[in-house]
Design a protein around this ligand. Structure first.
Ligand code: ZN
Length: 290
């Protein structure tokens, strides 16, 4: 903000990954709503199109969400640049986008107000579902291309899911347990090296356990996680030593009143989330052992 003021900037351009983008959005907002242009150089999260910026403390714990008065004025995405980005970051973006349908659907079923402070529309429900369908269909093909540093038409579809549909989906749909569990993992130092979307992916699996998803849905999601190399066990999330005390802290943090687990169901307790984390891990290990 100081640099922006000193230089007399009349607009802010955020170019980079999620933290850079959220910083640019916050600067633009705090300086009175300056025009804000976002140029993502990785498709690792759904920050670019949203009007929300998440602030963390030094320990990686969410402090607050800054709501911009309007969404970024321009989001410029060059898929040629994204095709040269690290593959793991594209996977992470798919993890973030994977949650969109399940969380928005939970909010819709429960009549929860969206982050944009309105009601979820059928259009957003359709966009969230399209987000999920594009990932299932093109996810592994896009990832293979990026591993070779090659642009593929499949990447175009996945970028649309990761950046556009996921952003609109969570903002005009809503968040539920998957993101709350991601935030809860800030309580587990072993998971600190993991990306947002990787923790969200495991959060999706945990949410599916909490909502007692049918076997077919679980199978579909597990297959996707495996294909695009996202974590389905606690060990894959860096948590090689499972400590009950820490895992309970993760579950408790996911259930504080300000968290979105309640959007899945208001009666979910920290004990439920703790048990679901263990069950998701068991399901993931069983899948990997096949
Ligand atoms: Zn997210």
């Amino acid at each position: 903000m100081d640099a922006c003021k000193a230089a007399g900037c009349d607009a802010v351009i955020g170019m980079g990954g999620g933290k850079v983008i959220d910083t640019a959005k916050t600067v633009a907002e705090n300086l009175g709503g300056l025009p804000c242009i976002i140029i993502p150089t990785v498709a690792s999260n759904d920050a670019p199109c949203s009007g929300v910026a998440v602030l963390y403390n030094e320990q990686g714990v969410v402090v607050k969400a800054v709501m911009m008065r309007r969404n970024p004025d321009l989001v410029l995405v060059d898929t040629e640049i994204l095709s040269k980005a690290p593959a793991r970051l594209l996977s992470a973006g798919m993890g973030d986008a994977l949650s969109t349908w399940f969380e928005a659907e939970a909010c819709r079923k429960n009549g929860v107000k969206t982050m944009a402070r309105g009601q979820e529309t059928e259009t957003v429900a359709m966009m969230s579902r399209l987000c999920y369908d594009l990932l299932l269909r093109y996810g592994s093909e896009a990832l293979d291309g990026v591993k070779r540093g090659e642009y593929t038409p499949a990447l175009e579809k996945v970028v649309e899911a990761n950046i556009l549909l996921s952003g609109v989906g969570f903002e005009s749909g809503g968040l539920a347990a998957a993101h709350a569990i991601n935030d809860g993992f800030a309580q587990e130092p072993q998971a600190h090296g993991m990306y947002h979307g990787e923790k969200v992916a495991f959060g999706v699996l945990t949410q599916l356990v909490l909502q007692k998803a049918d076997a077919q849905t679980l199978e579909e999601v597990l297959g996707f996680l495996a294909r695009v190399e996202l974590p389905m066990t606690l060990a894959q999330l860096g948590i090689t030593e499972i400590r009950e005390e820490t895992l309970r802290k993760v579950a408790e943090a996911a259930c504080v009143p300000t968290q979105s687990t309640k959007n899945l169901s208001p009666d979910i307790t920290a004990e439920d989330v703790y048990q679901a984390l263990l069950e998701a891990d068991r399901i993931g290990r069983e899948y990997l052992a096949r």
